[in-house]
Design a protein around this ligand. Structure first.
Ligand SMILES: [Zn+2]
Length: 110
């Protein structure tokens, strides 16, 4: 049975899955439900647009390696989406189990 939480913004009782995770709180969930949190974040962004962009650019300059990883993951997902459905199923099944690829005499596990 799913636990119900009350959103502090709209005061509606909703299932736990409708709240984002936040490790610092007692319930391990945010106080706002996802739609209220989205609205809050949107308004905060519009109010402090320049500061938000500045912060993101600073983070991006410090985390170039992470961004490269995200981009390659995004491109891989995009490639999987463009494949016909039959191929996607086989690709997911293949990637679920570790594959052993012998390269010369060394064995590489992916
Ligand atoms: Zn809410």
């Amino acid at each position: 049975m799913e636990i119900l939480l009350t959103c502090t913004k709209c005061k509606i009782e909703k299932p736990e899955s409708e709240f984002r995770n936040q490790t610092s709180t007692k319930t391990k969930k945010k106080a706002y439900c996802i739609p209220c949190d989205n609205l809050y974040n949107k308004n905060r962004y519009l109010a402090k647009k320049d500061k938000c962009i500045e912060k993101v650019l600073l983070w991006q300059s410090k985390n170039k390696r992470k961004i490269k990883g995200y981009k390659s993951k995004f491109l891989l997902n995009k490639k999987l989406k463009n494949q016909p459905k039959e191929n996607i199923n086989t690709t997911i099944l293949e990637s679920a189990e570790p594959t052993v690829i012998p390269i010369n005499d060394n064995i590489q596990i992916c």
